[in-house]
Structure formats: C-alpha cells, structure tokens
Design a protein around this ligand. Sequence first.
Ligand code: RAM
Length: 347
Amino acid sequence: MFGNTRKARVGAFAALAVSVALVATGCAETGDDSGSGDAGSGDANYAITFLPKNLGNAYFDTSDAGGADAIKEFGGTYAEVGPAESGPDAQVSFINTLTQQGVGGIVVSANDPQAICDALNEARDAGTKVVTFDSDTNPECRDLFINQATAEGIAKVEVDLIAEQIGGAGKIAILSSTPNATNQNAWIEIMKTYLASDYPDIELVDTVYGTDDDQASFDKTAALLQTNPDLKGIISPTTVGITAAARYLSTSEFKGKIALTGLGTPNQMRDYVTDGTVTAFALWNPADLGYLAAYAAKALIDGDITGAEGDTFDGGKLGSFTVGENGSVLLGDPFTFDKGNIGDFDF
Ligand code: RAM
C-alpha cells in the first residue's frame, strides 16, 4: 500500500538516530508569530496546536517537536497546550479555548475515545480541522487519525518480547496508562487474544493503571510485585509506565529476575538496558508521528483531502501517504531496541 514511500520513512527514522532536538514542555510556538488565526501563506489558516494526553511526558515532547518542525517547514504557527494530568475529559477546556481562538488545526492524542468528542465536533463545526494521533477518538469526532503502527503489530511485538524473556511460560501482568486510553486498551485487547492463541503457558494475572504518572506507575509496580510473588514479567505499553517500572526494578531484589518490556523511549530506557534491568523493548519514531500529523492537518486545511479512504497527501520528508479504513493513516512498523542498537538513537 505504501510501497514507494516506505524507503523514505525508514530513512527518516535512521536520520533521527543522529540527533533529535527536544523542545521544552509547555506552550511553545514557532514559525509565523501571529499566534492564532490566519498564518502562513495565502489564506490558509496554518495555526496548528498540538494537544498531548498530558504535558511533562518525554514521548509527547518528541512527537510535538516533530510537529513543530513540520509546521515550520510549511510556514505555519505551532503551539502546544495540554493538561498536567491525563484524565478522560482533561482536554475539553483546551479544545474549547482553541475553538474560540479559531485555530486552523488541532492535533490531539485522546485520553478517552468519547469524552472529548462534543468539544472536537464543536471545533470542527467552527471550521477547525481535527487530527488525532497516537491515541484516537471515535472516528466520527475527527477528520483523520495518524496511527503509529497497527495495533496488531504493537501488541505482537510486546507479547513476543515478554515470551522470549520469560522462556514462554509463567505469570505476567500489564502496567498500563489510564483506564480509558484508546491506544493502550486496543493493544491490551489484542495482546490477550494473541497470548491465548500463541502462548497458552503464559498467564496474564493482572492489569493495573499508572495513569501515565511517574510516581503512580512506580507505586503500582511495587504493589504488583507484592501481590504476585510468583510473577515472571511485566509488559508496560506506555513510555511513562515502563520507565517508572524499570526504575523500581533497577534498585530492587527483582532486578534481572523479573522481566520487563513494553513501549519506551531509548533515552529514558538507556540506563536500564545498560545495567541489565531491561533486555529489549519497542516503540516507533514519535518525532515522525508528530511530523506526519502536522502535514495531515495541513492537507485538510488546504482542502487537498477530506479524510476519505483513498485520499493521498504529501507528508513532507516522509513521502506521500494514503488514507486507509476509518480515516486512519499508518506511519510504519514498531521497532525493537536492545543493547546492540540503543546507542544509535537519541530521543
Ligand atoms: C505514553 C503514552 C502514549 C503512548 C506511549 C507508548 O507516552 O501513553 O499515548 O503511545 O506511551
């Protein structure tokens, strides 16, 4: 489907290995400095605001910096706003403000598939284009979803990694983000099915939620190990969760004994891979994800696409992309990091 653009995307991931500039968390703007309203060339309103699940998460710092790069390339105005904590409707007030400001596009990772829908649809009624990325809403609340990798691919890589690390048998638990997160919940459902079909000797005994909060995730890890003394491994499909769990394990008696894998950023996981707490984990390129989401917003704002299946748009340095089923666009495949390659990445 993306045959001729595949090379460009892989190339961009490799280039990222050289350097990624992280921007400070908070409200940042680049490009045209007119704030909200019309920006960029001609009449197009390229004021595009990123709204992550919450601020203070290195993953979103990187994804949104990718968005800022893209917006700078096409001469728009980048901004980032977001809640401190990832509650289901914590993003509503931010969306309402952006609607009042008349931004051209909102790029949002949803904490809940439905809770922000009314606010997003009001924004759309007022002319704002809505792109979800990373974690989707229900499809009727946005124009496009930029998906990092297929949910099947993400679930499979994590289950295969834990299976390999615990020798294919034993009790495992999942440390997730928030209970309502669209992305984690979709991955967990598929993990359960895949475990049942391919790893009958692995038993998923518990799923707990660290709410993408570092301390809460750390505490949930401690509680999991106390409640399940015969646990062999933990999958944490969140960069916040896996980092907190690794920190807990690294100074505990469980270091090197309890397997930990999931989705993490190389910079946050580097020390734990080096010290033997973690063997391997996965992710995609968050900067590319944000970059592509920004270009998707541009294509919608320009009226080049409506988000219909088969629409094709320009993804800047990543090449051209085609909208698939349910208005979703696929970035690529998940990638596995281990001690052999983690040194090649800086994000
Ligand atoms: C956390 C967030 C995000 C997820 C990554 C893997 O940063 O929950 O939504 O995609 O982990």
